[in-house]
Design a protein around this ligand. Structure first.
Ligand code: PMP
Length: 431
């Protein structure tokens, strides 16, 4: 019975065949029909502004991408066991975005597969088992990815922390042990991690973290943290992995990668989400040394990773980013967007913190005068924005942080629309 017209019919059709473990956004779900650039259109003909989705990086249904995919799909699609130049061409272009030591790439189909592979490679390279992970971190849905994701394994319904996993405190400059320190917060959190690493009963093969912890509630690692910690991890014989699935590809504005904001170079980088603008792509980027040691093990093969269609689409994403100056746009519009939230914060004590950079921002909602998370308010604002045709998400351990990470073509007018609508909601609440 398709097309299903009412919301209830649409939901029950879905539940007839799919598990309810697949969540649906918003109290009142949306029947989505199509999308173009930063807009999405539902079955009832409403237009939504997408301030939520960090996957359609250069915009939904971008014509250049659609064309690149269609053309290549009609020409050749195969696995990497044949020679086709698109593969090294794309690899070369992608690696040109990285600092020199990061010069090898392994293609897969998701961020989860990339996390999984990176951990496997790190363990192989170091001949160690321990993995040091970030409090509230998330790296994917495979068993290994879940095991290294505090966001999942510490959930009351989760599988718990494995003995080879060491969790270190999130270096949060707003909340947390050292948030009240005037300076050197990052250094102090790093010293704590080093202490834990020294005492851990499994030698650490790798330390993995996002530069801005997305699921943790858009928490940027405190300044100086990685600069202090990376050398310690290496001195100890471990590798440093940066998960750039959410923060990568120019989203943070001032740099192409989140780790660059911290003045460090990781040994391995995990890529996903925006890489194919919605076409399923992921990758592990690493040093030649790590790639060469991996070559000594069993063959690595992915049926779909690095196929010509994916390479054509991945190349088109990078081309469009350059042609349309999207990293620059993320910086300019992102700075403006953030400043609007900061102005709002001046007037509403419900906003405890505004953080992030470029088009990757978080607005931390609190009970006025405290830092106590206000998840009810976050839920209310998210759903009221949806009623007013603006898509935004919530995240963080208490789900109390509004999270906005729109396509990089987002405009200042779009930003103003979100913040004005949010103010209208806050005014109504005040009354
Ligand atoms: N790492 C991070 C930081 C993520 O946010 C996600 C997805 N939310 C993943 C890895 C896993 O990516 P995927 O869903 O493509 O498997």
């Amino acid at each position: 019975p398709w097309p299903v017209k009412t919301l209830d019919e649409s939901l029950s059709y879905r539940h007839q065949f799919l598990s309810k473990i697949l969540s649906v956004s918003y109290s009142k779900p949306i029947q989505m029909e199509n999308a173009a650039f930063q807009y999405m259109y539902d079955a009832q003909g409403n237009t939504f502004l997408d301030a939520y989705n960090n996957i359609p990086h250069v915009g939904h249904s971008h014509p250049k991408l659609v064309e690149a995919g269609q053309r290549q799909m009609a020409k050749l699609n195969t696995n990497t066991r044949y020679l086709y130049d698109l593969l090294p061409q794309y690899a070369e272009k992608l690696l040109s975005k990285f600092p020199a030591p990061l010069n090898r790439v392994f293609f897969v189909n998701s961020g989860s597969a990339a996390s999984d592979l990176a951990i496997r490679m790190a363990k192989w390279h170091t001949k160690r088992e321990g993995i040091m992970v970030m409090e509230h971190g998330y790296h994917g849905n495979t068993q290994i990815s879940i095991d290294i994701s505090d966001y999942k394994f510490s959930n009351p319904k989760g599988q718990g922390q494995k003995d080879y996993v060491l969790k270190v405190p999130i270096p949060d400059a707003y909340r947390g042990k050292y948030s009240h320190e005037l300076e050197n917060k990052g250094k102090k959190y790093a010293a704590e991690a080093v202490k834990l690493m020294g005492k851990f009963n499994h030698p650490v093969a790798a330390f993995i973290a996002e530069p801005i912890v997305g699921c943790g509630g858009q928490v940027p690692l405190a300044a100086g943290y990685l600069q202090e910690l990376y050398p310690e991890v290496r001195a100890y014989g471990g590798l440093c992995i940066s998960d750039e699935v959410q923060t990568g590809f120019g989203r943070v504005g001032d740099h192409f990668w989140g780790f660059e904001q911290h003045g460090v170079v990781p040994d391995m980088v995990i890529l996903g989400k925006p890489m194919g603008n919605g076409h399923p792509m992921g990758a592990v980027v690493c040093t030649r040394e790590i790639a060469e040691s991996f070559e000594k093990g069993v063959e690595f093969f992915s049926s779909f990773g690095g196929n010509p269609v994916s390479c054509a689409i991945g190349l088109a994403v990078l081309d469009v980013m350059e042609e349309e100056g999207l990293q620059e746009n993320a910086m300019v519009v992102g700075d403006y967007y953030k400043s609007l939230f900061e102005q709002l914060q001046q007037h509403y004590a419900n906003i405890g913190d505004v953080r992030g950079s470029g088009l990757f921002l978080g607005v931390d909602l609190v009970k006025p005068g405290t830092k106590e998370e206000d998840e009810q308010l976050a839920k209310l604002i998210k759903n009221q924005l949806r009623e007013n045709f603006i898509l935004i998400s919530t995240d963080g351990p208490k789900d109390s942080v509004l999270k906005t990470k729109p396509p990089l073509i987002f405009t200042k007018e779009n930003a103003l629309q979100v913040v004005e609508e949010m103010e209208r909601i806050l005014i109504k609440l005040k009354r």
